[in-house]
Design a binder for this molecule. Structure first.
Ligand code: FAD
Length: 378
């Protein structure tokens, strides 16, 4: 099957060839790798072989100009057909039993805490759109309601609807282990570790997992204008939905959606070792320099202009003129991550607006009214 991506001087590339796999963000690391922590070679080879097997007969045709921006073929394309996003296909009383494909640590040794990339096989039975969340019911009894299952915990989906294997059968999550430090001793108290995040990060391939959803409409990627600007502000695991967006915008060959706008990601984490999916994002910078910007705020390594720790709001302030102009031009702005990120960001935006002689309250209500303002914090 041939997919035509461009009209001039067609060039055929076998999807699944080493060259094409390298181009699809698998470059230089033998395949998927996150922040210098590659998938181990066994799972790596297995994944690569799976992708090769799935796409060995598919050929992409593209123009010479586009050859440097080869995209991955995805299936099933019926996932493009629905007019509305899937919602709550599985509820807490009747969850779907999915299977863990892989759990990989995403961060380096100097990162405070642990964050994992978890791939879940839903067999194509729990479809979702980019920006939605899954609910996970961890095993065991609800301590507050003996005899009842644990409460559902929500996790933003970090893959596109086609999943990391591009076949519509998996979903990926980006999960940070919740740990508890005794405020008096400063020591970790494992008896108070977060139930679901630790269950997910400790899971092994083949383990069964109860999922609900998908849920959420706030963070869906508006696709009515393929030339729109999307400004994404993330702290930590808040990057999850944006990884999904960016794979859809830059990595996958999606019929009828050819992105020509600007995607600008601001990512705030503690230090270089805590960066998430940095290789993937850096690759987009290389391949789509006109359509992608990527700014990092490493609070424990960078200093803000005022000499303090560098947080995302300091990066926003640095680029506030451009950001305000883009918002005035209709850009979408998204925030995702810990709840604590919003007050600092809102204060910064308010201050910048006032310096520009604008009322932030009026501007914010206009952004909300225009559906340009998208917030999911937890
Ligand atoms: P829980 O068991 O629910 O415990 C919660 C916290 O309480 C933990 O920090 C735990 O250490 C602490 N604790 C436990 N016992 C005690 C005690 N006795 N005294 C004091 N403290 C205690 N998280 C992600 O990692 N990635 C995501 O992409 C993500 N997306 C989300 C999207 C949405 C829309 C929402 C609402 C939340 C999202 N979350 C995400 C957060 C996630 O849902 C969970 O809240 C988080 O993983 C913690 O759940 P847990 O079961 O591990 O912790």
């Amino acid at each position: 099957m041939a997919r035509a991506l461009g009209a001039q001087a067609p060039l055929s590339v076998q999807i699944g060839s080493d060259a094409s796999l390298r181009k699809h963000g698998f470059e230089g690391h033998n395949n998927l790798s996150f922040h210098r922590r590659s998938w181990n070679s066994t799972s790596l080879e297995l994944k690569k072989r799976n992708v090769q097997l799935k796409y060995q007969n598919e050929v992409v045709c593209m123009s010479v100009q586009q050859a440097s921006k080869k995209k991955v073929a995805v299936q099933p394309l019926e996932l493009e057909n629905a007019k509305e996003p899937p919602l709550n296909l599985y509820k807490p009383k009747e969850p779907y039993t999915a299977t863990i494909v892989s759990v990989e640590r995403l961060v380096g040794p100097k990162a405070p805490g642990e964050t994992c990339h978890i791939v879940i096989d839903h067999g194509g039975n729990v479809p979702y759109w980019e920006g939605q969340s899954y609910g996970i019911i961890p095993p065991g009894e609800n301590p507050k309601k003996p005899g009842s299952p644990q409460n559902v915990r929500l996790y933003s989906i970090a893959s596109t609807r086609y999943g990391d294997s591009f076949d519509g059968k998996t979903a990926s999550l980006c999960v940070r282990r919740a740990v508890y430090y005794d405020p008096e001793t400063g020591k970790e108290d494992p008896s108070k570790s977060g139930v679901c995040s630790n269950f997910l990060c400790d899971a092994k391939p083949g383990d069964k997992i109860q999922i609900t959803g998908p849920s959420g409409k706030i963070m869906l990627l508006p696709e009515d204008n393929p030339n729109a600007t999307h400004i994404m502000i993330a702290t930590g695991t808040g990057v999850a939905p944006f990884r999904g967006y960016l794979r859809r915008l830059f990595m996958e060959s999606v019929p009828n959606y050819h992105f020509g706008g600007l995607a600008w990601l601001f990512l705030g984490v503690a230090n270089t070792d805590s960066l998430l999916y940095d290789d993937e994002f850096t690759n987009y910078l290389r391949e789509h320099p006109d359509n992608f910007r990527y700014d990092k705020a490493l609070s424990r390594e960078h200093k803000s202009k005022k000499g303090g720790k560098m947080y995302v709001q300091d990066k926003i302030e640095e680029y506030s003129d451009e950001i305000f102009k883009l918002l005035d031009g209709g850009a979408h702005i998204y925030f995702c991550g810990l709840k604590g990120m919003m007050p600092g960001i809102q204060d910064t935006l308010k201050r910048v607006a006032e310096e520009r002689g604008e009322s932030w309250d009026a501007k914010l209500s206009q952004l909300k009214k225009n559906k340009q303002w998208h917030v999911e914090v937890y």
